[in-house]
Design a protein around this ligand. Structure first.
Ligand code: NAP
Length: 266
């Protein structure tokens, strides 16, 4: 299926690895020009080389090594030389998730950091790009949130709280006047995906419990109806479809991609 977005410009955050890279991969395979952001320059350069190698010729992949949760980082991402400035057609918001822990140990600074990364950063990126999209009559914004928005996990309280705040904001803004101007805004909610972040979580659990990492990973897989972790490519494919010309009537949605892990009917 031709997704009808060849030649558009996308800003993809947290894109040197994992889910963000999966999104960048699927978009660039469609001929979407990319500005990809991550903090580590070397991984970002490697990612850009791989993306260029698989994209149709003429597709651009520009890099910005920056912390997207900082004002300076966002400003660098939004004004990249050779790119479209704030004239992005597609924006994928994404950054690392907050650490696990006990809410009794989190002070105001811990909460402000989580809110900055997982709620206020996507809101700032939307603020900078959505009106331009609406004026041009086409826009797609995807926020990578978490399955924990629907099924909160107690030790991930910082994530549950910050991402739920973002989810409430998106429910409103996606249905504002921009909806009639060709702009869709949706959240993608990953369950367990095979990425460095997931591996790091299991390494931490293995150290804490003394159990082998494979035993812990197998236990988690068995709790998922699909009996496996997702891979970033299938996450990217869904992201690219939601960014496509065919998905213009889907907005304000929270789309789970979790192998059936969420047990509810709705
Ligand atoms: P990952 O494999 O660790 O990749 C994270 C990517 O984001 C890397 O490219 C990283 O590069 C970049 N990044 C992190 N913090 C950044 C920042 N402040 N500014 C710019 N780039 C940043 O993680 P992932 O598994 O893809 O997870 C992506 C998001 O989905 C996270 O918020 C995570 O909590 C959420 N999530 C993941 C899963 C899962 O199973 N994987 C499940 C639910 C939710 P640098 O470190 O070089 O910046």
């Amino acid at each position: 299926m031709d997704l009808g977005i060849k030649g558009k410009w996308a800003l993809v955050c947290g894109a040197s690895k994992g889910l963000g890279y999966g999104c960048a991969q699927a978009l660039s395979a469609e001929g979407v020009n990319l500005v990809i952001v991550a903090r580590g320059q070397s991984d970002l350069n490697d990612a850009a080389e791989r993306l260029k190698a698989q994209a149709p010729s003429g597709t651009e992949v520009l890099t910005v090594a920056a912390d997207i949760t900082s004002e300076k980082g966002r400003s660098a991402a939004l004004s990249v030389a050779g790119g479209p400035g704030t004239a992005f057609d597609i924006v994928v918001t994404n950054a690392g998730g907050p650490p696990p822990g006990d809410f009794r140990a989190w002070d105001r600074d811990a909460w402000v950091k989580a809110l900055d990364a997982n709620m206020l950063t996507p809101i700032e990126l939307i603020k900078a790009t959505v009106d331009g999209m609406a004026q041009r009559g086409f826009g797609r914004i995807i926020n990578i949130t978490s399955g924990a928005v629907k099924s909160p996990i107690d030790i991930l309280g910082l994530s549950n709280g910050a991402r739920s705040g973002l989810t409430g904001f998106i429910a409103g803004v996606s249905r504002s006047s921009v909806a009639a101007q060709g702009v869709t805004i949706n959240n993608l909610l990953p369950g367990a995906f095979d990425t460095d972040r997931l591996k790091a979580t299991f390494e931490g659990a293995a150290q804490k419990t003394g159990k082998p990492i494979e035993t812990l990973m197998d236990g988690r897989r068995q709790g998922i109806p699909a009996k496996r972790f997702g891979n970033p490519q299938e996450f990217g494919a869904l992201c690219a479809f939601l960014c496509s010309a065919h998905a213009g009537y889907i907005t304000g949605q929270n789309v789970l991609i979790d192998g059936g892990a969420y047990p509810g009917t709705y």
